[in-house]
Design a protein around this ligand. Structure first.
Ligand code: NAD
Ligand code: DAU
Length: 340
């Protein structure tokens, strides 16, 4: 297996690279990453040290650069692409949607077209449950749920999904799509709910909860999502999208209170702030297709996952400090400054 993994220096990509190198001793991974604010090459330093130049190769670059992508595919005789690379944060897409369209739509199309043209046999595109829009108090998203994205982020991801679908229908290209719910775990950038709340609570700062705190997400531990991507790569039916979820629907306020209690911090740190515009109310995943066709089952409960996550952030305060660049601070100051 010779994989081109894009966005391997981000949160989920990093966990995926570690998992695949460990589980598949024959696997060679080429990681193409632009190293945006969310990408951190040091995440994979142990891998570079152990396998650099043999089972692991890093390429600094953009999935939208067709020449670079073609060079990576031909040089390393790639037999499958797994596309994690994306602008991934909803709030940033509200502040400026341009990078989202450039990477998530145009970048994915360029990667897909180059892989297809060069005859790469398989392409897994990592999408999201957010393409389905929002749910009321009951029901779950299935793969048949119509696509109805509400944020610039989810619209850019839905656009990429449609291009993937069209490549299968038009060219017979073996593209599969994964749609997963909210991930959490090691290496998640501290702009997303769980690591942000861990960071703020441990510093004794106020915890900004959007709206009434009753928006519901279906939390999945990151290695379970990686398992879903691996199974899709190995067994997925070309042209098919697969849902993945963690069986852990929770309102945001409950997640925040769990973090505070685990860290021994008071609930008085919670601050209700102006809601995110277009904020999806509830996500929940029906992943029975992945159970039936791929044998997928999430392995980590929310209680186990949050304990592991808290322990990881406690042990990796250096990582947490290191990723908070000037650009990070500037975005956080503006975004949260406007929501007070
Ligand atoms: P992330 O923001 O942590 O990492 C994204 C990575 O992509 C970074 O390493 C970044 O440098 C890289 N990147 C960005 N633009 C690039 C470009 N043009 N070319 C090459 N590399 C580029 O994101 P994540 O949370 O790890 O998400 C990974 C994928 O999974 C995304 O496609 C996201 O939409 C999807 N997803 C995320 C979640 C979640 O809860 N985080 C859930 C479902 C799906
Ligand atoms: O559902 C999958 C998606 O999950 C992925 O496709 C996205 O890449 C990923 O960023 C994530 O999107 P969300 O918008 O759901 O995640 P976020 O961590 O930004 O927010 C989770 C919930 O917490 C959401 O209801 C908004 C709320 N929130 C978030 C932040 C950052 C707050 O209340 N306060 C905050 O400061």
């Amino acid at each position: 297996m010779r994989l081109l993994v894009t966005g391997g220096c981000g949160f989920i990509g990093t966990n995926f690279v570690y998992m695949m190198l460990e589980k598949h001793p024959e696997a060679v991974i080429v990681n193409l990453d632009k190293l945006t604010y969310a990408g951190n090459r040091f995440n994979l330093l142990p891998v570079e040290r152990q396998y650099g130049g043999s089972r692991y190769h890093f390429i600094h670059g953009d999935i939208g650069n067709a020449e670079l992508v073609a060079h990576a595919i031909t040089t390393h005789k790639i037999d499958a692409v797994v596309n994690f690379a994306a602008e991934s944060h909803v709030d940033r897409s509200i502040a400026d949607s341009t990078p989202f369209v450039l990477t998530n739509v145009l970048g994915t199309q360029t990667l897909l077209e180059t892989a297809r043209r060069l005859g790469v046999p398989k392409f897994v595109h990592v999408s999201t449950d957010e393409v389905y829009g929002t749910l009321g108090p009951t029901g779950k998203f299935t793969e048949e749920t119509p696509i109805a994205p509400n944020s610039p982020y989810s619209a850019s991801k839905a656009s990429a999904d449609l291009i993937c679908r069209a490549f299968h229908e038009t060219y017979g290209y073996a593209v599969t799509i994964t749609r997963c719910s909210n991930n959490y775990g090691p290496y998640q950038f501290p702009e997303k709910l769980i690591p942000l709340m861990i960071l703020k609570a441990s510093r004794g700062e106020s915890l900004p909860v959007y709206g009434d705190g009753m928006n519901v997400r279906d939390w999945i531990y990151v290695t379970d999502h990686c398992l879903g991507v691996e199974l899709t790569l190995l067994k997925g039916r070309p042209g098919q999208a697969y849902n993945f979820g963690g069986n852990a629907e929770k309102p945001n306020i409950e997640v925040v209170k769990t973090i505070l209690a685990s860290l021994g911090k008071p609930e008085s740190l919670i601050s209700y702030v102006t809601d995110r515009p277009g904020h999806d109310r509830r996500y929940a995943m029906d992943y029975s297709l992945a159970q039936r066709e791929l044998g997928f089952e999430p392995e980590v409960t929310f209680e186990q996952g949050i304990a592991r996550t808290l322990a990881w952030y406690k042990e990796n305060t250096d990582w947490l400090e290191q990723v908070q660049s000037g650009a990070y601070r500037a975005f956080m100051d503006t975004w949260y400054g406007e929501r007070k």
